[in-house]
Design a protein around this ligand. Structure first.
Ligand code: FPP
Length: 244
């Protein structure tokens, strides 16, 4: 009876969780290891987190894997990150397909190495009818760039007479973003104690609950995810309205 009551009162999980996976470098440095080892452990944390989101009933997970600013890192580190992405997509795709995960990529894929573009296209193609967790990977992604591209798209449509500028509203704008069709994130988690958005999902995070946790990304566990979800449930979400 008590168990049934506890079950009935359990709040539903956030529909969409977004994560800024930060701290791979510091995790490695603290252990006297090379940065690539931190990124490798970060990729393992991605693998675990996909599993944990599925177990906890999260429907959408969006991760910031490579920002448009990450090209400024030393070429060897950029190569290492691309190598890891290559490995992840080759090694995990069958398992993701079997698990019913739908993969989607946002960001400018054209600047990526050709074989990674092919892997990204293949991952989207092979999982396009999957109906489980939607895993969106932000790769060479920048939020301002995404907004500028949506504005360009709308301006072109207006110039071509396809659209009256007066008819542009939040919905028509959001439809031109790379995240078109995805719900906005309910919860954003950033690891490593940094408290910034860093050009991630600038439009989409307007009403998202932000949870910053001190753990470095390679150390991220199911318990951290559950704690962040519990924190999300504790906060009252009012969308600008007054409390009842
Ligand atoms: C931040 O750590 C993390 C990144 C720049 C990239 C995240 C990449 C991964 C988790 C691995 C690959 C991803 C997939 C999907 C296979 P940082 O290097 O900025 O850490 P620091 O701030 O401590 O230096």
């Amino acid at each position: 009876m008590e168990a049934a009551a506890a079950f009935a009162s359990k709040p539903s999980p956030p529909l969409h969780v977004a994560i800024i996976m930060d701290g791979n470098g510091r995790w490695a440095k603290a252990r006297g290891l090379r940065r690539i080892v931190g990124h490798q452990q970060g990729a393992e944390a991605v693998r675990r987190t996909v599993k944990h989101c599925r177990e906890l009933g999260v429907s959408y997970l969006t991760i910031y894997a490579f920002s448009s600013e990450n090209w400024k890192r030393p070429p060897t580190e950029v190569d290492d990150l691309m190598g890891l992405m290559r490995l992840y997509l080759r090694r995990e795709l069958d398992e993701l397909v079997d698990a019913g995960v739908r993969m989607r990529f946002i960001g400018d894929r054209h600047r990526l190495p050709d074989d990674i573009i092919a892997l990204v296209n293949q991952a989207e193609q092979r999982t396009r009818t999957s109906s489980g967790l939607t895993l969106t990977v932000a790769l060479n992604y920048g939020g301002r760039r995404e907004i500028v591209e949506a504005a360009q798209h709308l301006a072109r449509d207006a110039a071509a007479g396809l659209l009256d500028p007066g008819d542009i509203d939040e919905k028509t704008f959001a439809d031109r973003l790379a995240t078109n069709g995805l719900p906005e994130p309910d919860l954003l988690i950033r690891t490593s104690g940094e408290q910034r958005i860093s050009n991630f999902l600038l439009w989409q995070l307007a009403y998202t609950e932000l949870v910053f946790i001190p753990a470095m990304w390679p150390d991220f566990t199911k318990q951290h995810l559950e704690d962040a979800i519990n924190e999300f449930h504790r906060r009252e979400r009012r969308y600008g309205a007054s409390s009842g």
